[in-house]
Design a protein around this ligand. Structure first.
Ligand code: PMV
Length: 320
């Protein structure tokens, strides 16, 4: 029997992280230079129901039955089997690999889920619509993030730039997802601080801070939402001149809510002084990645400056 393989890209949030959790819009784009991949094969020598899992990037080699129930991979299998009504799968082996750095704001958890759902559902003879894949990945995101907005699983499932607004109920069913038109491509240089930062912690801290100062946080989130709307209009009109300064403004607001860090601020500063048109942290913050808008001709110079300033990895990507 052949192997069933599927991949899913990483992602960055261009505008609107954190505010998106509270109903403001955000823009996210896929990053195809990094990918998660799942390969599912029948394992005919084994008893039915046995699922063996290899995930070398997280040093995991186990049977599904031996994984703790709250492990995101266990949750992913459970969600898929239950949605397809599979009580006992045939014996199978799954290998999950990923080049997406973990806890770095690039969507590694959602990408693993999406790749796994696609490969596994194809193996089981059910093809799932993107909408179903996205909803299943959202269930697993809850384990990674606590109260995710749903933007990661959405941009990674559709693998297209999206303008996203979460539904007020937070159950993911009424999210507003619009694919973004990008008539004029633009270049983003991503740089990793090398500091892993679980999103759930930053999101939890922001929630507590907002409870203590609701009006101040509402004002900041509203400003971030306006930036995301302005950015959308610019991107869709192909008028990119002021996009960099919107990134700078978004970063300043993210600093105000306490999700930047000295390492992120430093890379943002270095990128700007090396010629980037704008720069900000991307994703949960505190560590992980920053992004900068650059003229492709400046790529090498900005890249070198970021590496000299301590970036552990850079990725150059073109949007559109
Ligand atoms: O997974 P990350 O680190 O890119 O963070 C997601 C963005 C947040 O807005 C901070 C959280 C969310 O669920 O939208």
């Amino acid at each position: 029997m052949p192997a069933f393989t599927a991949s899913a890209p990483g992602k960055i949030i261009l505008f609107g992280e954190h505010a998106v959790v509270y109903g403001q819009p955000a823009i996210a784009v896929p990053v195809s230079q990094v990918q998660a991949r799942a390969v599912v094969r029948a394992d005919p020598g084994q008893r039915p129901g046995r699922v063996s899992i290899q995930a070398p990037d997280i040093h995991l080699e186990t049977d599904l039955a031996d994984l703790p129930g709250e492990h995101p991979l266990a949750a992913a299998f459970r969600a898929l089997f239950s949605s397809l009504g599979v009580s006992q799968p045939p014996a199978l082996s799954v290998r999950v690999t990923s080049t997406i750095p973990i806890a770095a704001g690039l969507g590694s958890g959602a990408a693993v889920s999406v790749a796994l759902f696609r490969a596994l559902s194809a193996f089981l003879g059910h093809s799932l619509e993107d909408e179903q894949i996205c909803a299943l990945a959202f269930e697993v995101e809850k384990l990674h993030h606590g109260t995710p907005s749903g933007i990661d699983n959405t941009v990674i499932t559709y693998a297209r730039p999206v303008f996203f607004e979460r539904d007020r109920e937070g159950n993911g069913r009424e999210n507003k997802v619009e694919l973004l038109r990008v008539p004029r491509p633009f270049t983003i240089l991503i740089a990793d601080t090398g500091i892993p930062s679980p999103t759930a912690i930053a999101v939890g801290d922001v929630r507590r801070a907002r409870e203590a100062e609701p009006e101040r946080y509402e004002t900041i989130f509203t400003s971030i939402g306006e930036i995301a709307r302005e950015a959308r209009a610019m991107i869709e009109a192909g008028e990119l001149d002021a996009l960099g300064s919107l990134m700078d403004r978004n970063h300043a607001l993210l600093r105000e809510i306490g999700v930047s860090s000295p390492a992120l601020d430093r890379l943002v500063r270095v990128a700007r002084s090396a010629g980037a048109l704008g720069a900000k942290l991307s994703g949960g913050g505190r560590g992980g990645n920053m992004i900068s808008l650059i003229d492709p001709q400046a790529a090498q110079h900005v890249n070198q400056a970021l590496q000299e300033a301590g970036a552990t990895r850079t990725i150059l990507t073109t949007i559109g």
